[in-house]
Ligand binder design. Structure first.
Ligand code: TXE
Length: 452
């Protein structure tokens, strides 16, 4: 295996940078440094850790444009999205900067003494990040982990390491102690696996494919190591006949084509009540045509290229036997472009079951509320979903009936740092973000003080 990784700009297809591919010795050295740094970090006063995270947030805020430009070049994200992602990292830091002073245990009434609980950090946390949202997904792990008193070693995806590497440098610039937050670039089978097998990494957070995530969980089980998994999705966007159809159609392209569909929350199945199915497709077509695919550096762009040539081949393979209703436009040239595509599907079709991770939506009709819930639940996944209706009772019933971790009524919101995020079924284990995330990076210790 080469000792470097070649980075390619997905909008041009051209290689632009080599980065190191760490070997086992380097990973082990990073973990050893993290063990030492964690002891000192956990011993700091809570307010000192809070101040350090706030300082880190301010440095990230000052580098939003630089981080965004790196993501445009490395990942092909549209500049507007990339700026949002970089700002989001600063917001996550600000939000969890409150956590060190609020990791409040309990005082439990017992006979003969005083009983209290403490939220103890695990020690070193290993975080494995995919290529689709390199900055934001990294921050959902490393920020609450640090806030809870842990050290972090983080492995970005081979294809998209640049923003994570820069965040590691910015942490040092902000005054975080050396060794506390380290970014190690390399392959999943070496660096990622070492997080699983190394006894000093006491918790693993993995975001990526369901297949690899299952192996990571099995490896962590052998080490009795807790693991958080954020995996694939095949989320449904359910449109009832009583919905505001114009609004639902106008927002549908963004719900699945954002980030070129390379989003675990992509609403890649569009379930439409049969009585408005034809009308809805008529409204959807102009919205898809208006979706602007092009140069990610342009502020007018809605969607950039796919991440790699091989991923484009995989996405294209889904159209081999598909019934394409209509497509949007995409540029030609050497980038990994793919036009947004709307496919008519039946429930058992591969396009209606498997995660495409590209700008392809499968449209399926349903007959009534019960049928909509049944179809929405008819995949192995359960990450996100949306439903559109003006009927409040129906909104409540369907939101409770769909087995997904994150649902949204009359909108497509999935991620807010203040609310919990994560999947059911094959979409994952555990939750990130929200008020409790820092606690998820601690274990409870119970201490009894005898008074008699
Ligand atoms: O994911 P992998 P890939 C889905 C999506 C995509 C497919 C493949 O359908 O097309 O997965 O993407 C590290 N031990 N999603 O190949 O391989 C790897 O280096 C430890 C959906 O990129 O799962 C990278 O850092 N780590 C998903 C991370 O795991 C290992 C987001 C993810 O890589 C490892 C990404 C190993 N044995 C992909 N092998 C979503 N829904 O958000 C690899 N890695």
């Amino acid at each position: 295996m080469s000792d470097t990784i070649t980075l390619v700009n997905p909008a041009t297809g051209r290689a632009f940078r080599e980065i190191p591919r760490a070997g086992l010795a380097e990973v082990d050295a990073a973990i050893a440094g993290a063990v030492a740094a964690q002891r000192a970090w956990a011993a700091l006063a809570p307010v000192a850790r809070a101040d350090a995270l706030r300082a880190f947030a301010r440095v990230v805020e000052a580098h939003v444009d630089e981080l965004a430009a790196l993501e445009v070049e490395n990942s092909g994200h549209p500049i507007g999205s990339a700026r949002w992602e970089a700002s989001h990292v600063a917001q996550v830091l600000n939000y969890y900067a409150a956590a060190p002073e609020r990791l409040i245990g309990q005082q439990i009434p017992v006979a003969g003494g005083l009983d209290v609980t403490f939220h103890e950090p695990y020690g070193v946390v290993g975080i494995i990040v995919p290529w689709n949202f390199p900055m934001t997904i990294a921050s959902w792990g490393f920020v609450p982990a640090l806030a809870a008193g842990n050290a972090v070693v983080l492995k970005p995806a081979e294809l998209t390491p640049l923003t994570a590497v820069r965040l590691g440098e910015l942490a040092l610039e902000a005054g975080l102690p050396a060794g506390l937050f380290q970014v190690v670039t390399g392959s999943g089978s070496v660096v990622g696996q070492r997080f699983v097998s190394h006894p000093d990494v006491r918790k693993v957070v993995f975001t990526g494919s369901t297949e690899v995530g299952t192996d990571v969980a099995a490896g962590c089980a052998r080490m009795l190591k807790p693991v958080t998994l954020e995996l694939g999705g095949k989320s449904a966007n359910i449109v009832f006949a009583d919905a505001d159809l114009e609004r639902a159609a106008a927002s549908a392209p963004g719900s699945v084509f954002d980030n070129a569909g390379q989003d675990c929350c992509a609403r890649s199945r569009l379930l439409v009540e049969r009585s408005v199915y034809d009308r809805f497709l008529e409204l959807l077509e102009p919205a898809v045509q208006a979706w602007r695919v092009g140069d990610p550096a342009s502020p007018d762009t809605d969607m950039g290229p796919l991440i790699s040539a091989s991923h484009r081949d995989t996405v294209a393979g889904f159209l081999d036997d598909a019934d394409v209703a209509f497509r949007g436009a995409a540029p030609g040239g050497d980038g990994f472009w793919f036009a947004p595509t709307v496919v008519l599907a039946s429930p058992g079709d591969r396009i209606a079951q498997d995660e495409v991770f590209g700008p392809v939506v499968a449209v399926l009709p349903f007959d009534d509320e019960a049928d909509a819930i049944r179809l929405a639940n008819d995949t192995i996944y359960g990450l996100a979903g949306s439903l559109w209706t003006e009927n409040l009772g129906r909104a409540v019933r369907v939101a409770r009936g769909v087995k997904s971790g994150v649902l949204s009524v009359n909108s497509h919101s999935s991620v807010r740092y203040a609310t919990p995020f994560g999947g059911m079924k094959a979409s994952g284990l555990g939750r990130e973000l929200g008020p409790d995330a820092a606690e998820h990076f601690t274990e409870t210790k119970n201490v009894f003080f005898a008074t008699d």
